[in-house]
Design a binder for this molecule. Structure first.
Ligand code: DQA
Length: 148
């Protein structure tokens, strides 16, 4: 099973940026946690982080062309603005889980819109970096169920 783990703008600043909201785990540490989690489950994670909207669109399309089984994505602030990222996920028809480290529903009004949500099979918010592992487990269970 191959999953794309895509992170949007400023998530490379994890551990440095607003640790009260996003915790102390850095991006490199996060990818290692995910890698270990996936390794135990026979999942191949493909990591990507970008601060640029079009690069995120390109990577979502690549997931389709490279035959990924699913996508875990934290689009960062593009969650609240990007129809292009929504359309990219819809184009692939790949099962996609939206992850937010913070509990976005309890934050500012401008964070209450998620364009990507309607294209996702699940949303995880407010569970810190563990939310990514939850998303992976959800996809892995869903995909194994579909195989049977
Ligand atoms: C975030 C929440 C977004 O509102 C914010 O712009 C981020 C991170 C989260 O993981 O909680 O960059 O997606």
């Amino acid at each position: 099973m191959k999953l794309y783990i895509i992170n949007g703008p400023n998530l490379n600043m994890l551990g440095i940026r607003e640790p009260d909201k996003y915790g102390k785990t850095g991006y490199a540490e996060l990818t290692e946690l995910i890698r270990a989690h996936c390794c135990e489950r026979g999942i191949t994670p493909i990591f990507f982080q970008s601060n640029h909207e079009g690069d995120l669109v390109d990577k979502i399309q690549e997931a389709y062309f490279e035959g990924a089984d699913g996508i875990v994505i934290n689009p960062g602030a593009y969650t609240h603005t990007s129809i292009a990222i929504l359309d990219a996920v819809l184009s692939t028809s790949l099962p996609t889980v939206e992850v937010h480290i913070s509990k976005v529903e309890e934050r500012e009004d401008f964070r209450q819109t998620s364009y990507i949500r309607r294209a996702c099979v699940k949303t995880v918010t407010g569970h810190g970096t563990a939310g990514y592992l939850e998303a992976i487990d959800y996809l892995s269970e869903m995909l194994s169920r579909n195989e049977n």
